[in-house]
Design a protein around this ligand. Structure first.
Ligand SMILES: [Zn+2]
Ligand SMILES: [Zn+2]
Length: 222
């Protein structure tokens, strides 16, 4: 079982609130991981409450990159849960890493590492803006979860390929227009900062899904 729930996105399902940023929850059956926090922690916690997720259940928090719309909710999450392990790209600012260490266990990610059973970080990728994405491995293949995809879809997918065929991608795809890299995927759930959302939707109509707060995906069914 691998369930992914979008908690925070520019768009939201009825009853939830949308706001610029991204956050998603991954439930593996044994662990609960939070990926990014959006920018408004109060709003993130409100969306979680409405969806029925207790922040105290989260064991691990993975931050994709050091942009305000992905790490802004960090203090509220750490205030709500004192037993969390936080995984950040090693290039995060020293001051931020020091502050996180005061409240949580901090793991700095440079190379690809396994964060939970079958859930891998790509390691920090990219030149100017370093970012890690997650590779979620299922018996049917793997799914890539991105924050903003600043390193580019090609670099992220190349890094993910060592875990087998990539069946789908979920998250922000920024302004990348190498749409050919999405060919053959069974699920393209794009949102947040994806500039070419309409074009991707048009090209991959039957595989496309818009990420929005409240979207729930059972990854073994795609
Ligand atoms: Zn972003
Ligand atoms: Zn960004």
């Amino acid at each position: 079982m691998l369930r992914l729930t979008v908690l925070y996105d520019n768009e939201a399902c009825p009853g939830l609130t949308g706001s610029w940023g991204f956050s998603a929850l991954i439930e593996t059956g044994t662990e609960t991981l939070l990926f990014d926090t959006g920018w408004d922690g109060t709003l993130l916690l409100k969306n979680m409450e409405k969806i029925g997720i207790d922040p105290a259940c989260v064991n691990k928090l993975v931050l994709s990159h050091q942009h305000w719309d992905h790490i802004g909710g960090l203090p509220e999450i750490l205030n709500a849960n004192s037993g969390i392990t936080v995984y950040v790209p090693a290039s995060f600012s020293e001051n931020l890493k020091r502050e996180i260490r005061k409240r949580a266990e901090l793991i700095e990610v440079k190379e690809s590492i396994e964060i939970s059973d079958g859930i891998w970080s790509t390691g920090e990728l990219g030149e100017k803006i370093k970012e890690q994405s997650l590779v979620l491995c299922t018996e049917k293949g793997s799914y890539v979860l991105t924050g903003c995809a600043h390193p580019g879809i090609a670099a992220i997918l190349d890094a993910a390929l060592c875990h087998g065929e990539v069946k789908g991608i979920i998250g922000g795809l920024h302004d990348d227009d190498r749409f050919e890299r999405l060919e053959g995927m069974e699920l393209i759930a794009a949102g947040h900062c994806t500039t070419h959302k309409e074009k991707i939707k048009e090209l991959f109509r039957t595989k496309f899904m818009e990420t929005q707060a409240g979207l729930k995906l059972e990854l073994t069914t795609y």
